[in-house]
Design a protein around this ligand. Sequence first.
Ligand code: GTP
Ligand code: MG
Length: 296
Amino acid sequence: MVENSNFRCGFVSIVGKPNVGKSTLMNKILKEKISIISPKPQTTRHQIKGILNDENRQIIFLDTPGYLKPRYELQKKMLEYLQNSLKDSDLIIFITDAKTFPTDYDKELLQLIEQIKLPKLAILNKIDLVDKATEEIKIRQLQQYDFEKVLSLSVLETVDFGPLIETISAYLPLNPPFYDQETISDLPMRFFVQEIIREQIFHIFRQEIPYATTVVVESYKELPNKIEIAANIWLERKSQKMIIIGRNGEMIKKIRENSEKEIHNLVGKRVVLHLWIKIKPNWRKKKNALKEFGYR
Ligand SMILES: Nc1nc2c(ncn2[C@@H]2O[C@H](COP(=O)(O)OP(=O)(O)OP(=O)(O)O)[C@@H](O)[C@H]2O)c(=O)[nH]1
Ligand SMILES: [Mg+2]
């Protein structure tokens, strides 16, 4: 590593209510698909680290589950991941949706982060969906809170995140890198595989199925010319099993083929994926089941 006394390194949590574009923001800053994205709320269920490295800085972004009032154990865990991320941060990015801001969840989360004595930035996202007057009103509303800066943008349409990265860096401490500078995430390949399969399910099915689903990779074998993976798709009820399989198995085939393609893009090798469907009634409400499925 080159000695650089101006090197900055710090942790940045990205928080907001569900579906505002937290994961999209992190992926676009990193130019990598680290977190899964979907048009449905509550896509992210863990704290997902994404690490930006260059000669001047290492920024460890913490993408978090969307803020909500937990109604069952899984959502309690999701809130816990969000709260833990806040504790570990040097800077908090609060992001919201220009069309819907301010909702009750926005206000509750603003209250929660107001108690944390850390620098905060606000991002009013999805301005491609509102007119200029609305954007300006909402910027002024955000300026009522304790933010170092309030920015408005469309994460989807922004090409150059350089200025945002510079703004973020200014609030990070002068520290040497915390992680190896080749690292982009600290999560294992099995985790990414689980998320890729879950993302397919979020894209293919409506309402209930994505929320009742979790995926666990049971085996991951790297062979000379291919990678062979076996994963269980866990559901809550027998009736959901038929939906996931689809007529003549067409749905499960689609999940498998799309996932194989995505995993192949990630690992650059042929991928053979075996999927098994299992039922654990009400797993989302059971602490032990959650632990078993990796929500620790
Ligand atoms: N129109 C528009 N849509 C956006 C923008 N940014 C993100 N989206 C869309 O918003 C949806 C949700 O994006 P995510 O990144 O999954 O949102 P999230 O905040 O991580 O959601 P959770 O993980 O569920 O909390 C996706 O369909 C994105 O494509 C934007 O700037 N403009
Ligand atoms: Mg997300």
